[in-house]
Design a protein around this ligand. Structure first.
Ligand SMILES: Nc1ncnc2c1ncn2[C@@H]1O[C@H](COP(=O)(O)OP(=O)(O)OP(=O)(O)O)[C@@H](O)[C@H]1O
Ligand SMILES: [Mg+2]
Length: 505
């Protein structure tokens, strides 16, 4: 048996797979030696990493295509606009033909159902929004760049608004609550909240005003995104939702936290699935380093926890970044699929990152990993995944298949046209400003019961004895999640694992 065949044997699978490419050893590729991910393991998450220009985006395109073809919806950020080509058939060329031959692929041009989304109004896709209440203090602190003290103060401010049943739909609402709490009338309320210094509240207020001045407020408000709109099928194919982010590069923290909010929302709304034959949805975090840089401890803990728990909801998460060392260990250790494109080793820091990356791979008799990782060609990667049984597969230097859709942008005009024609357009294009904290504080705080009745349909009630739950579940995150998921014991707004709140429609 050749070395290529020996490695490929570790990727044999009885059930449906995503075909990544063919094994290469000592510079020789073997088209029949396939490298693949069992579809049932995609919710064990993954990492696509590599230096700039090494083929990361094309790998994401390849993954998205095959997921869609298997009826799995996909959500991904289109950071540079080049993923919009998923909606068009690819062009055959000598290069694609050669790659198809190398990888044992019966390549055919193909297009996939795509919907284009944007964060907030003013983008080229259908605008998505979230309310400030639903976003919650942890994520908002990340967007505002608050330090730990300021973050906990923001938490108390949210807590006060939640306990009064004051909905914070947009930044104007939050601003008015902070102004109320730091104004003469609110001083007494502020005492009740405890530990909120008006100086810190002032800092938060300024950060908020800055965010508004940069246009960062256009994303907060209603109608809020219904996660079901991300989990659609068209003609048996999973719909690929592309978040068009080119216009958001000025505020990268906002888009990475927005994706995290979406993930938390999905976690709170989807049922437990246990082991799945194929994922319900796959989520790609491109430029994932933005999510982790300057993140608070609370934020990092919440990401690690959400990634861990979301698997049981049938959701797969793939992070994409230049260096695997951009991802904290608690998250990295949960990523079953590793697609590592070429790394550079120019500087001592590069070399350290390289050595650390090598250590995260299973040992292999076939490659000197340190050398391999720096000599991979474009569109090649060192791969290990989880087998059907959940064990790591042998390390494989892989030549990746070529995407079947267009490897280029379709252009802003075509994207705008598709957006206008989308059935989501009517649902989300206009923002609504219903009565919220701003208006209510203007009129002085009304009794919360009354507000609740005006504001939201009764959530389904489930009898639940609080004393028992508290006793059984020591974990406060789980407690608050259960509370927000099931019961309506309190009139107050409750918060889930990520400090986000359940939607109240
Ligand atoms: N699987 C592939 N099949 C065919 N061509 C590929 C493949 N992967 C990469 N290429 C070629 O390499 C080029 C660069 O790939 P890609 O845009 O995916 O790099 P990247 O790592 O995302 O870069 P950046 O960090 O700049 O975003 C592509 O335009 C394409 O020509
Ligand atoms: Mg790219």
């Amino acid at each position: 048996m050749t070395a290529q065949a020996e490695i490929a044997a570790g990727y044999a699978s009885e059930s449906a797979t995503i075909e990544l490419g063919a094994v290469l050893v000592d510079g020789t590729v073997e088209p029949t030696a396939h490298v693949r991910i069992p579809l049932s393991m995609v919710n064990r998450h993954g990492l696509v990493a590599g230096a700039t220009g090494t083929g990361k985006t094309k790998t994401l395109q390849l993954l998205a295509e095959q997921l869609s073809a298997h009826g799995v919806p996909v959500l991904m950020a289109d950071v540079k606009g080049d993923l919009s080509g998923l909606s068009r058939q690819g062009a055959a060329s000598d290069r694609t033909t050669a790659r198809a031959q190398d990888t044992g692929d019966d390549w055919q041009p193909q297009s996939f159902p795509v919907q284009f989304l944007s964060i907030g109004a003013g983008g080229i896709g259908v605008p998505l929004r979230a309310t400030v209440t639903s976003f919650g203090p942890i994520l908002l602190s990340k967007v505002l760049g608050l330090n730990d003290t300021q973050e906990s103060t923001l938490g108390l401010i949210f807590h006060w608004a939640d306990s009064k049943g004051l909905p914070l739909l947009d930044t104007k609402d939050l601003r008015s609550v902070i102004q109320h709490l730091t104004g003469d009338e609110g001083k007494a309320d502020l005492k009740g909240v405890g530990g909120v210094s008006s100086a810190t509240a002032g800092v938060i207020l300024r950060a908020l005003v800055n965010l508004e001045a940069q246009g960062g407020d256009r994303f907060f408000g209603e109608p809020e995104l219904d996660p079901a709109d991300l989990m659609r099928e068209r003609d048996g194919k999973g719909v690929i939702s592309l978040l068009e982010l080119a216009e958001l590069q000025g505020n990268p923290a906002l888009f990475s936290t927005f994706l995290m909010w979406l993930l938390a929302e999905l976690f709170e709304t989807l049922p437990e699935e246990g082991d799945v034959e194929k994922p319900k949805l796959v989520f790609f975090f491109d430029e994932a380093h933005l999510l982790f840089s300057n993140a608070s401890k609370a934020f990092l803990d919440q990401i690690a926890q959400t990634v861990k728990l979301i698997r049981s909801k049938g959701i797969g998460v793939f992070f994409c970044t230049q260096l695997p060392t951009d991802i904290p260990n608690e998250v990295l250790s949960q990523l079953g699929t590793r697609v590592q494109h070429a790394l550079r080793a120019f500087t001592p820091d590069d070399q350290k990152a390289l050595a650390r990356t090598v250590k995260t791979y299973p040992t292999t008799p076939h490659y000197d990993l340190e050398k391999s990782l720096t000599s991979l060609g474009i569109g090649e990667a060192v791969i290990t995944v989880l087998s059907e049984k959940g064990a790591p597969t042998p390390v494989a230097w892989t030549r990746l298949r070529a995407p079947r859709s267009l490897m280029d942008t379709i252009g802003n005009d075509a994207i705008k046209q598709a957006t206008g024609a989308s059935d989501l357009h009517g649902k989300y294009s206009e923002s609504v400003d219903r009565e919220s904290a701003y208006e209510q504080l203007m009129r002085k705080v009304a009794p919360p019961q009354q507000q609740e009745r005006q504001r939201a349909p009764e959530p389904q009630r489930q009898e639940e004895e609080p004393g028992l739950v508290e006793k059984v579940l020591g974990n406060s995150a789980v407690k608050s999640f259960l509370r927000s998921a099931g019961s309506a014991l309190a009139r107050e707004i409750t918060r889930g694992v990520f400090g986000t709140s359940r939607k109240r429609r």
